[in-house]
Each structure stands twice: as C-alpha cells, then as structure tokens.
Design a protein around this ligand. Structure first.
Ligand SMILES: Nc1ncnc2c1ncn2[C@@H]1O[C@H](COP(=O)(O)OP(=O)(O)OP(=O)(O)O)[C@@H](O)[C@H]1O
Ligand SMILES: [Mg+2]
Length: 511
C-alpha cells in the first residue's frame, strides 16, 4: 500500500536532547489515525515535523508524501501540499473577527490588494455551517469561549481544503456534546476522503473514532495497532510501559462538618445579553470536601468558578468560613483564601519565556517571604517538591516553559496554585490534556489536599472522573443546579440524563 504520509527513522533533538528517535510512522489513506502517548512522549513534536513547524534540516530521517520525499521549510509549504494542522494551544487573534481568524494568513482570497470582507464572511459562514457551529462570522474572537476558539481553529485548518488534517488534542477542552459534534464532522470528512491524525489522551475516543493507532513512548514508536486489535488495557499498557491498576485512588478519610464555602442565590449576568449565565445557585461546601461540578461547556460551570474567584460580577452572597466576602477581583478572592486553576493555559498566565521555577512560584511570594524578604532557597525547595510529586518532565527548573509539552504546562499551573496553600481551591479541568499516569497523580493530590482540609471545587468535562473522585457532585444545566448526588450515588448516565432533560435551547449551548 502507498501511505499518504510516512516517516522513516525520524529523529528530532532539542539542544542535544532527543524528543523523537527512529520513528517510523505510517498514515493509510482515508483513515483516522490516533497518535497517543504520555505527556512529553513526542506527539506534538512528530506532527510539527510533519507540518513544517520544525523545518527540513532540523530533524533526521525522511518524510514521504505519496511515497515521495518532502522537505517542508514552513507550515505554509506543508499546507500548499495539502497538510493542515490544528495546534494544541489555541492561537487566535482576539481583535479580529471569526471570519478573519479563519482566513488569517491566506492571500488567495484577495482580489487586488484588498480582501473582500463580505466574501470572507460568506466563506467563513459556509465553513462554520459545515462544522455545524452556530457562530456568527463577524463576532470578534475576543468574545468567544475556549471551546469556540478551538472550533475557529479547526475551521481555519479546513479552509485550505486539506487532504491530511492533523488535530493535536482537539477534544481536550470539549465536553460530551461538543465532542460528539466534532466527531460528526470528522466522520463526514473521512467519508469525503480526508485522512486525519488525531492526538488525544482519551482512550475511549480512540476506540470510538480511529482506524489505526500509533503509541509513542519517550520519543519512540512502541506500538502500531489496527482497529481490530484495539483494546483499552493494551493501549494503556503500551503508553506507560506497564499495566496500571485502578485509575481513581480511594479516599479513605471523610470531609469535616464545618462549612467553609457558602453560596446564596448567586447569579452571573451574561456579559452582553439580557439573561444570566449562572442562575440562582446556592450550596455549601465543607472543610476538606471535594465538590464536583458537572455540566456541558456553556452550562455556566466556568462562569460559576470565575464568580467565586471574583473575576465575574455577580449578585447574591458568597461566604468563606461564615463571613460574607465581597469578591470584586481575584485579589479579594486570594485574600479570602480562594485559589483558582483555569482551563486556558495561555490566557491564564503561564509566563512564556520565563523559567519553570518562576512560573511555579509567582503569585506566591507572600507564602514564602519571611519578614518581607523572599526566601529563595525555601521557594526553590517548595517548587522542586511539586515538580517531583507532579512528575513535571523538564530538563531543569530553569527550563523555559514555552518549550515544555502541553501536559507539563498544565502541571506547572497546578503546582503554582498548590504553593499558595489555599482554603478553597477552584479547579477548572485540572486533568485537561494530561496523561493517565499524571491524572492519577493529580487525583492523589486532590485527595491529599482534601485530607489536609482544603475544600475543592472541581469542574470537569469527564463525568466519570467527577464520579470517581468527588465526595459530592452538583450538575449544572443552563446556569442552574439541576441535580446533586453524593459519592457512590452518581453515574455518567445520571448526569447525562439530568443535563439533557434540562437542556437549553439549541444554539445557546455555545453562546
Ligand atoms: N521547542 C522545544 N524546545 C525544547 N524542548 C522541546 C521543544 N518542544 C518539545 N520539547 C521537548 O520534547 C519532548 C516532547 O514534547 P512534545 O510536546 O512532543 O510532547 P507531547 O507528546 O505532545 O506531550 P503532551 O501530551 O504533554 O502534549 C518534551 O520533553 C518537550 O519538553
Ligand atoms: Mg502535545
């Protein structure tokens, strides 16, 4: 068989450290090919070589397209040869509209020196309709959620009508319904002959969508599987190099009785429209309790956390340890002992071009300063402790975070929040883009923090995860609490039932 895309003995090093070694990768025509492996395994690096981000000359070995050796000098060259790429990190220009972001960098549309904006909008609308995305092409991207931005990036990749579409963790920030929608699009593309490489950490997605799979481990290809041989346990075993037992660690202790966080009738108005995105939410959370918040993207879960963190104006009352707090900004929240880990790595203050150490310790200076002086040694030790327990894979504590893999960047943000030893911790998608082993590590940390008396609010798109680790779980739909259950009482089916029976009108889900 002639493969569409193929690599031979592909090797890639960064400053002498191998990220890929001797990788033979084969992409069969008309398939969706899963590329899986733990954080730092080399998945993004492989696709960056295939798409000219790492240009010819910066890697060893060969890339073949339809059996012919190619030497891409840039992503534009790869695109011109029909290979399109949706990177792991969202890259949009906030000031531009959806349409402009979809066609950014494309000159083919220009007639004379000017691009016809009407034409841009028309084509973008067509593409978005193909993607089944209810977005107005003239909306500025700055007003969109992370999910919507993701969809804009996928539309951009499709704008060149590629033969090969490469998606680097496209589902990491999507919840059930959005993922279904995306999978519908990918299935249709496959039917029209588009070949795809699909990177994910979610094995059920591989089982559901993919025809073949390659497992990378430490920069080497350790397994190439056909659909008939797909088996969840084998895939995980190939990824981690051994079998792992239960994914969800057991919580032995129980939360305390004392109330730490109380919300009374909290509502958050929509920034532009007349309705509320969080509607009359009331609950109490106890010391050391792990409280899950389930709901689809757009159900108000992120907005609820943002309100508690003082980022969004809200009505109603928020009390910490029985005392009402006026939370007008994150500084107020931090003073009240509330910390937050957000889902958007780039937007939420990972300092690119700063070392890992600084990224962990920033914002925490108060915690380690003694008599107003920052104790650098203590700071370094504390940071090092988290780097170790979270298994952050980096050459050293002074490595630039821009060069770390996506999952490792997520771990750094988590370490930063942990350094503050807060009373209440808000975690938005803490395991987004994180591999199975690290996931377990994060679950263990969540439980350990709860055991130490921290109250945790966890938002996740993965319902089984919430059911697995939370003491109690609230289900949000359309901004309101529609169900609540305690550990042992919940299930994925129950959450889906609660969210779908209370489903908001179509078209509002993404709004
Ligand atoms: N530009 C770079 N400079 C230096 N090192 C890099 C660079 N890009 C990647 N690396 C290193 O190469 C290795 C592989 O990284 P890569 O991003 O390919 O992992 P990944 O499999 O995509 O992981 P994740 O699931 O976390 O996204 C990591 O150790 C990473 O730190
Ligand atoms: Mg990656």
């Amino acid at each position: 068989m002639t493969y569409v895309l193929e690599t031979e003995r592909l090797g890639k090093q960064f400053a002498g450290v191998p990220a890929l070694s001797g990788v033979d990768f084969r992409l069969a025509p008309g398939t969706i090919h899963a590329l899986i492996g733990h954080n730092g395994a080399g998945k993004s690096t492989l696709v960056k070589v295939l798409t000219g981000v790492h240009p010819a000359g910066s890697y060893d070995g060969e890339i073949k397209l339809d059996g012919q050796t190619m030497r891409f000098g840039s992503p534009a060259q790869a695109r011109a040869n029909g290979i399109s790429y949706v990177p792991q990190e969202i890259q949009v220009v906030e000031q531009l509209t959806v349409a402009e972001n979809v066609y950014v960098g494309q000159t083919g549309l220009a007639r004379g020196p000017l691009v016809s904006f009407r034409e841009l909008r028309r084509r973008a609308a067509e593409l978005l309709a193909r993607l089944d995305v209810p977005l107005d092409p003239s909306t500025p991207v700055g007003a969109l959620s992370a999910t919507q931005r993701q969809l804009v990036m996928i539309a951009r990749a499709l704008a060149t009508d590629p033969r090969v579409l490469i998606l680097d963790e496209p589902t990491a920030s999507l919840a059930g319904r959005e993922t279904d929608r995306l999978f519908g699009v990918l299935n249709r593309l496959r039917e029209t002959g588009v070949t795809m490489i699909f990177i994910t950490h979610r094995i059920p997605e591989v089982m559901r969508m993919c025809d073949r799979a390659t497992v990378l481990r430490d920069g080497r290809s350790v397994a190439e599987l056909e659909r008939a041989a797909f088996n969840e346990r084998d895939i995980v075993a190939a990824m981690v190099g051994r079998r792992i037992e239960a994914l969800y660690p057991r919580r032995e202790s129980v939360p305390g009785e004392e109330e730490v966080l109380r919300l009374e009738h909290v509502s958050v108005p929509h920034p532009a429209r007349a309705h509320d995105v969080v509607r009359d939410v009331s609950f109490r959370a106890r010391r050391g309790e792990i409280l899950g918040i389930a709901g689809v993207v757009g159900s108000g879960r992120t907005e609820l956390l943002s309100a508690i963190y003082g980022r969004l104006p809200h009505s109603g009352t928020i009390c910490v340890e029985g005392r009402e707090r006026k939370l007008r900004g994150p500084a107020d929240a931090r003073r009240a002992g509330i910390a937050m880990l957000t889902e958007d790595r780039k937007g939420s203050g990972l300092l690119f071009n700063f070392a890992l150490r600084e990224n962990v310790t920033i914002g925490n200076l108060g915690g380690i300063a003694r008599w107003g002086v920052v104790d650098r040694r203590a700071e370094g030790r504390a940071a090092q402790g988290f780097v170790q327990s979270l298994q952050i894979k980096a050459p050293s504590a002074s490595a630039d975070v821009a060069h770390l893999s996506g999952g490792n960047q997520q771990k750094i943000l988590l370490a930063r929040v942990l350094m503050n030893a807060p009373k209440v911790m808000l975690l938005d998608e803490p395991t987004k883009g994180v591999d199975v082993e690290t996931r377990q590590e994060i679950y263990r940390l969540i439980i350990e923090l709860a055991d130490r008396g921290v109250t945790l609010l966890v938002v996740s798109s993965e319902i089984v995860e919430l059911v697995g680790i939370c003491d109690r779980c609230l289900v949000l739909a359309d901004g309101a609490v529609v169900d609540e259950f305690a550990r042992g009482e919940g299930s994925e089916a129950r959450v889906i039932e609660a969210t779908t029976t209370a489903a908001p009108p179509v078209g509002e889900v993404l709004a």
